[in-house]
Design a protein around this ligand. Structure first.
Ligand code: NDP
Ligand code: KAL
Length: 260
């Protein structure tokens, strides 16, 4: 079997800068020969994703495409995928690397979470996977693979993760229900649960240094994971290598989740 991604097109949502997990995934898909379609929110990130994509050494047929898509807006999602369909036709997969919660609710007690903050986290970090999968489905005419990013804080209580932990628990279930619905169309849906990686999202929330120290002391591999390592597992999940796998969460976390 040939596991090259040449001739295949993947949508990557959530590249904010070179540290983004989505960028690690994009590089891995690019190296395997895929054509990439990027979505971003706001011109600040549009400029940054264009500059990054232009730094890739592209072969013929790999020219990247860019679309603005705010996942809080149904019209934006529908228009984005209609435009992608018009410009590239079929897509073979999608990486959803999007999450947001209000910064002031990512500390202190979860008990104090506001209704608005709760709904914002669920809206952007979980419901967006449902809406995006529905919009992407008509473009996956040859079947496909959808990947989302989750975190241990949705399975266990992790200090400060709070409202985002509840959103990730929702995202995990969301992924399984979508896998169940879309399997008959040969579309697989899976998640990667990544260990802590210093990205823009991680900036200024919690005490990241002490979280990383705990990984170095207690995770089986005794080191944090990298964007590249997440990218390799993303390649596995988005390619035919994983053709029998759906509704699954793979932990790319140096084994930290198995430690009690
Ligand atoms: P980044 O800050 O690099 O990426 C977060 C992305 O979410 C940004 O690109 C941002 O887009 C996007 N986003 C936020 N709001 C919206 C919106 N309304 N519409 C569309 N996009 C939006 O952080 P990461 O790479 O760390 O995060 C990627 C995913 O990985 C998230 O789901 C996160 O929870 C998950 N994850 C991260 C871990 C880590 O340690 N870093 C660990 C486990 C999981 P924009 O920049 O354009 O606003
Ligand atoms: C226990 C951990 C420590 C950190 C606690 C909470 C982290 C929550 C992640 C969440 C996605 C962060 C935000 O929503 C940040 C946001 O309020 C402010 N930042 C922004 O708006 C920037 C500019 C944009 C680009 O960010 C987003 N998201 O749009 C969790 C650690 C150990 C692991 C992490 C970081 C997990 C994760 O889910 O990201």
């Amino acid at each position: 079997m040939n596991f090259s991604l040449e001739g295949r097109t993947y949508v990557v949502m959530g590249v904010a800068n070179k540290r983004s997990i989505a960028w690690g995934i994009a590089r891995s898909l690019h190296e395997a020969g895929a054509r990439l379609v990027f979505t971003y929110v706001g011109e600040r990130f549009g400029k940054s994703v264009r500059e990054l994509a232009e730094s890739l050494d592209t072969s013929e047929g790999q020219e990247p495409l860019f679309y603005e898509c705010d996942v809080t807006d149904d019209e934006s999602i529908i228009q984005t995928f209609e435009a992608i369909g018009k410009d590239v036709g079929t897509i073979h997969g999608l990486a959803h690397c999007i999450a947001f919660a209000n910064r002031d609710e990512l500390k202190g007690e979860f008990l104090n979470t506001s209704r608005d903050g709760f709904l914002t986290a669920q809206n952007i970090s979980s419901y967006s996977l449902t809406a995006v999968s529905r919009a992407a489905k008509p473009l996956m005419t040859e079947g496909g693979s959808i990947l989302t990013m989750t975190y241990l804080g949705g399975e266990k209580v992790v200090q400060n993760y709070n409202v985002m932990g509840v959103a990730k628990a929702s995202l995990d279930a969301n992924m399984r229900y979508l896998a169940s619905d879309l399997g008959k169309d040969s579309i697989r849906v899976n998640a990667i649960s990544a260990g802590p990686i210093r990205t823009l999202s991680a900036k200024g929330v919690g005490d990241f240094n002490s979280i990383l120290s705990e990984i170095e002391e207690r995770a089986p591999l005794r080191r944090p994971v990298t964007q590249e390592e997440v990218g390799s597992t993303a390649y596995y999940l988005l390619s035919d290598l994983s053709r029998g796998v759906t509704g699954e969460i793979i932990h790319v976390d140096s084994g930290f989740n198995i430690i009690g």
